[in-house]
Ligand binder design. Structure first.
Ligand SMILES: [Zn+2]
Length: 425
């Protein structure tokens, strides 16, 4: 065929012979009839080993390629089967696509690059594919990256966490690297067997090199770490401990709000009393963010709300100060942090707010692990930002069929293996 070299360059595939080009659908679709070049023929689709041919399979097949300008491009070729000694009868390998894929390698890689760079809508509209197809594509792209291995070499300090998805009905266990700030590994489930798989992958030698493990204070995590990484110092994740404080504060806030509402019921006969306490209930309900946010991030309005709480509900305000005190512990870290935690514990034990008295007890139980975190200064910001980013990804990934696609998206985005665009160095 004339200009075969130009077409091969345009289609971006080596080891391929272009037999002919035709257009369909009023020129909106271009079909390139191709075949693997001689060296790429008769190979197993899975392992790419040379194998004896088996049969013609299901005849001609098409693969979606990158668009040429505004025109959709497909490659069309025979899809014969070969007989591999290891993988049995399988469809033969083609040099332009992953095994079993309906899109070319360049198409797959472009989609993988796009989803880590821009919005869901931008990726699906530009590539003219469904979000589910994106899920299937990034799953196979990630599988290829994963097969290269060695992602887990040289690990010293790791963090383990669980992330909920599907509106809190399902969980992922994730492992992050405190030193590189990367997401290392993720798997569906939150139990000993799931986490055990990570340590299996790591192997005994690399497990023995781990010096610190930070985690949410779930027993199942601590048990597995003790068993598999006995020498590592176990630290509490400051992020989760601070969250315990925020949760306790929220309990106090809800209670204050309920009390204010009940008051409304009791004073129905008194019009004025009713208006006042209804206003209070509403104000308390809307005070959530003022109480949650770090003081340095408060807006003027939220600052005013906080001052109003200090005047009208001293108990809720004390709960707020307790939460802030706990955050301070991890802000100062080190010896100062340990000292601050001592004072915090004695304050919380005597505060007569049940949620915080309970919290003091809970914290005292894992005190040794909190001290370890304060001593070793493990970054709270890393775990917190990783947690936020993954939760955002779980929301974006909602339309994917499988947790593997969610994991692929998380790993490609946060694992330090951002896919490259095809044809670039
Ligand atoms: Zn094979």
């Amino acid at each position: 065929m004339r200009n075969a070299r130009v077409w091969r360059a345009l289609l971006g595939v080596e080891k391929m012979v272009v037999e002919g080009i035709s257009d369909e659908d009023d020129g909106r679709v271009l079909v390139a009839r191709v075949r693997p070049s001689r060296g790429a023929l008769h190979r197993c689709g899975v392992c790419q080993r040379c194998c004896p041919g088996y049969d013609a399979g299901e005849g001609r097949r098409r693969w979606r390629s990158l668009d040429a300008g505004t025109v959709q491009v497909f490659l069309e070729a025979d899809a014969p089967r070969v007989s591999c000694p290891r993988h049995g009868v399988v469809v033969a390998h083609v040099p332009w696509a992953r095994h079993g894929a309906g899109h070319t390698l360049a198409f797959d890689d472009t989609v993988a690059w796009l989803v880590t760079q821009c919005s869901k809508t931008a990726a699906t509209e530009l590539m003219r594919i469904a979000w589910r197809t994106v899920g299937a594509i990034i799953t196979r792209v990630w599988a290829d990256v994963e097969a290269l291995g060695d992602r887990l070499d040289g690990l010293r300090r790791i963090g383990i966490d669980e992330i909920s998805y599907k509106r809190g009905h399902k969980y992922l266990t994730i492992v992050v690297d405190h030193d590189s700030g990367r997401l290392l590994w993720a798997a569906p489930g939150r139990d000993k067997a799931t986490l055990g798989k990570f340590f299996d992958l790591l192997g005994e030698q690399r497990c023995a090199a781990i010096t610190h493990v930070s985690a949410d204070q779930a027993d199942w995590i601590a048990d597995v770490v003790t068993e598999r990484c006995g020498q590592a110092v176990q630290c509490a994740d400051p992020f989760h401990i601070v969250k315990w404080g925020t949760d306790a504060l929220d309990e106090v806030r809800r209670q204050a709000w309920n009390d204010a509402r009940k008051k409304t019921g009791q004073t129905t006969s008194n019009g004025r009393g009713r208006r006042d306490s209804t206003g209070n209930a509403k104000k308390l309900k809307n005070s959530r963010y003022a109480l949650w946010k770090n003081p340095e991030d408060l807006t003027d309005k939220q600052q005013q709300k906080l001052e109003w709480i200090a005047k009208t509900d001293p108990r809720l305000h004390r709960a707020y100060l307790l939460k802030e005190g706990l955050r301070w512990v991890f802000y100062v870290k080190g010896y100062a942090g340990k000292h601050a935690l001592d004072r915090w514990l004695s304050w919380a034990r005597r505060c007569r707010i049940p949620a915080f008295v309970d919290l003091a007890r809970r914290i005292a139980r894992v005190r040794h692990r909190i001290d370890a975190a304060l001593e070793h200064g493990l970054s709270n910001a890393l775990v917190e930002s990783m947690n936020t980013k993954i939760r955002l990804i779980t929301r974006i990934a909602f339309g994917f069929k499988s947790p593997e696609a969610l994991i692929a998206l998380a790993m490609l985005s946060l694992g330090g293996h951002r896919p490259a665009l095809p044809g670039r160095n």
